[in-house]
Design a protein around this ligand. Structure first.
Ligand code: GRF
Length: 198
């Protein structure tokens, strides 16, 4: 069984989709989520982890004098839980180079757009969907990709499109894309496990 860690900052609906797929879906008997790390004490994802009886820890940047020490603390947790693969799921801070170096090609992220479009600084959450609508795109979607030291730049693992409808509101597009995210994240994890661990 591949040991997954999920790093979160917010609601954790993607984390939930991953957990569900390890229990009753395509990741069953393939992987298990053994660790959830949040950089935000108020993240609902922490409650979800407790509901699922999964170890969760909250490591907040503000308690460390230097980002390096913050990322060292995260790496320490990952190593002590013998994590094989890391999934960023709405993790709203840059992952440390120490972690990227130690877990090279073993860190995945999901982005709510069709990368390489609508990527980079400031392109997160609602801003992505607003930008897509403003640009009058006919298609948007979600992308799972490997994480490099820079945001949204690693190799694409899986991508799926949704239609952008006339007069779409950001909330509606968010919802449509999120449904796709919940499908493709477990699929992408499975693909990576088959490529790298089997
Ligand atoms: C998702 O849209 C994801 O693509 C982005 O942040 C959002 C997280 O949502 N990186 P959730 O916390 O998984 O519900």
């Amino acid at each position: 069984m591949i040991r997954l860690a999920v790093l979160v900052s917010g609601s954790g609906s993607n984390m939930q989709a991953i957990i569900d797929s390890t229990r009753n879906g395509i990741l069953k008997a393939v992987a298990e989520v053994v660790l959830v790390i949040s950089n935000n004490a108020d993240a609902y994802a922490l409650q979800r982890a407790r509901n699922e009886d999964i170890k969760s820890v909250c490591i907040e940047r503000k308690f460390f004098s230097d980002p390096k020490f913050f990322n060292d603390a995260i790496l320490q947790e990952l190593l002590s839980e013998r994590i094989d693969l890391i999934c960023l799921a709405g993790y709203m801070t840059l992952i440390g180079e120490n972690i990227v170096f130690r877990y090279e090609s073993k860190i995945l992220n999901i982005h709510p757009a069709l990368l390489p479009k609508f990527a980079g600084k400031g392109m997160y959450g609602r801003y992505v969907h607003e930008a897509v609508i403003r640009a009058k795109e006919k298609k948007s979607g979600a992308t799972v990709h490997f994480v490099e030291a820079e945001y949204d730049l690693g190799e694409i693992i899986l991508q799926k499109e949704v239609d952008v409808l006339d007069n779409d509101l950001p909330e509606e597009l968010t919802k449509r894309v999120l449904e796709i995210e919940h499908q493709i994240y477990p699929q992408a994890i499975k693909e990576v496990i088959e490529r790298k661990f089997i």
